[in-house]
Design a protein around this ligand. Structure first.
Ligand code: BV8
Length: 246
């Protein structure tokens, strides 16, 4: 049986699949991954160097500009066939859960309703002094906004930066979804960033099947149950279609 047919059989028999996704699932929508070289002004920066509280403290306008650049790019792109396949599967398997490292919101836009965004949402701001809740960031701005509640001048993206703790409520929901799953499909992630990268490893520790969809090898590839070497928007719709055939 080919790996694609094996993956379809595992997905067909699954009642509580979790899709664990990274930047690669949005790559075919036109959103560069973190491993991809950035373009233009951002070519000289590694995202990891801009996605930190220290960078924002030091150069708030630069970091603000980085996020406005990414929001503008995301607004120009749409979810792809991989996002849509996961959303479609939910109609047959209502227990489907998505745990994503991405902040682009594309799984929700595609129609998935149980999405856990462990690294936050780029279209929300939060007060840098943590006094306020979350505020939509729908319109581009030249510089960080002013907190409507405390007047602090440095609203920041409501994403989790390197060196920051994850939101404990969100993280607990992700851990619970993974503990409850009977299958994980890991798509488009290099599996390097913790604690999120610990989730697929937990699936293996629990002796549950782990399918990887990625055109490249990753540190997880030698341990997963099945590695489907290919692009998410090509491979996943085929696996879902075969899984739904009776
Ligand atoms: C934490 C949101 C506790 C922001 C992101 C020193 C001090 C403090 C912490 C650490 C430290 N050293 C290490 C750590 C832990 C650190 C970490 O893991 N660092 C790594 C680099 C080693 N983690 C943290 O800091 C986390 N917090 O630990 O808190 C703590 C706190 C204080 C002190 C100590 C501990 C917070 C991490 C969250 C960071 N925020 N995003 C934003 O988006 O701007 S991470 C960001 O990078 C993404 O969200 C994602 O998680 C990660 C990128 O990974 P991927 O998604 O996998 O993307 P990548 O580009 O790497 O890979 C893409 C893959 O897709 C590739 O494999 C490619 O082959 C594949 N692909 C490409 N095209 C396709 C495809 N696949 C399918 N189809 C295609 N078409």
């Amino acid at each position: 049986m080919t790996p694609i047919l094996q993956a379809a059989a595992l997905l067909r028999d699954s009642h509580r699949p979790v899709f664990f996704t990274g930047a690669g699932v949005s790559q075919e929508s036109g959103i560069p991954t973190f491993r991809d070289a950035q373009v233009g002004l951002w070519a000289r920066y590694a995202p990891e160097d801009l996605a930190t509280p220290e960078a924002f403290e030091r150069q708030p306008k630069l970091v603000h500009g980085f996020y406005e650049y990414r929001r503008k790019l995301i607004r120009q792109c749409v979810p792809n066939a991989a996002h849509r396949a996961i959303a479609a599967l939910e109609k047959t398997k209502p227990e489907v859960r998505v745990v994503t490292q991405n902040v682009d919101g594309f799984h929700r836009t595609a129609g998935s309703t149980h999405v856990i965004e462990v690294h936050g949402d780029i279209f929300l701001d939060r007060c840098n002094d943590e006094c306020a809740g979350l505020h939509p960031h729908d319109e581009p701005t030249e510089e960080p906004g002013i907190c409507p509640r405390c007047g602090d001048r440095t609203m920041r993206p409501a994403v989790i930066w390197f060196g920051e703790m994850l939101d404990q409520t969100v993280w607990s929901a992700a851990v619970q979804a993974v503990e409850a799953c009977d299958l994980m499909v890991m798509i488009g992630t290099s599996g390097l960033v913790y604690p999120a990268a610990g989730l697929p490893r937990e699936v293996l520790r629990a002796g549950k099947p782990l399918i990887e969809i990625n055109p490249e090898e990753t540190p997880m590839s030698s341990s997963v149950t099945l590695h489907l070497r290919g692009r998410a928007a090509e491979v996943l719709p085929e696996v879902v279609e075969l899984a739904l055939q009776r």
